[in-house]
Write a protein of this length. Structure first.
Length: 205
């Protein structure tokens, strides 16, 4: 991870400790369901947001929330709910796969920020800052209907396919730092390892 001017602060050390705990638990456990459930709670604690969930895609592009952690019922539960394929357009799913893009939305500023992990042209790993642009009205309406004012989404990749998404929601606007995105990226990479441990063959789950 890149250097951070706040890395000597107690808060930074606390976040580092949480991140190590997440990755160590993933490495130790062979039960994917347990890993997924505990990871949502740990990531919510790390980000200090109201809801963190893991969304798994079906073969037809639709998906289901398979794990969730909510802080003091500030947001309603989505656990077990299924969502149609057009909730996450094909173009967005392809971008998740090709560039490993992480998305950040802030409804107070009506902006969406994206940070790409891979260069779209050559596939090389890059370290890109978060670049913001106006968020589309339909996305604002979608999040507002769920009581969400800020969100973070990172793809979970398995065998170069989009297995699922790690999603964080907050009922109030919240700034997301590049360090937060780096931490989330480390978590989704470890989740990919855990999925590969459970499904070692070349057959997708």
């Amino acid at each position: 991870m890149t250097s951070n001017p706040e890395q000597n602060s107690p808060l930074y050390r606390h976040e580092e400790s949480l991140l190590r705990r997440i990755t160590n638990r993933i490495r130790r456990s062979l039960e994917l369901e347990e890993i997924i459930t505990v990871t949502t709670a740990e990531v919510r604690s790390l980000l200090k947001t109201d809801r963190v969930m893991i969304y798994k895609f079906h073969t037809d592009g639709s998906g289901q929330v398979i794990a969730e952690s909510i802080y003091e019922n500030r947001l309603p539960s989505l656990l077990g709910l299924n969502f149609p394929a057009d909730d996450i357009p094909l173009a967005a799913r392809e971008l998740f796969i090709k560039s490993r893009v992480r998305s950040v939305v802030n409804l107070d500023t009506q902006e969406i920020g994206q940070s790409h992990l891979r260069d779209l042209e050559n596939g090389e790993t890059i370290s890109e800052e978060i670049h913001y642009r106006p968020v589309e009205p339909c996305h604002i309406k979608y999040l507002s209907a769920m009581g969400v004012k800020s969100s973070v989404v990172a793809p979970i990749i398995y065998q170069e396919q989009l297995w699922g998404l790690l999603v964080s929601h907050n009922s109030e606007a919240r700034l997301i730092s590049e360090y937060d995105l780096e931490a989330i990226q480390m978590v989704v990479e470890q989740l990919s390892v855990a999925i590969a441990q459970k499904y070692p063959s070349h057959t997708s789950p």
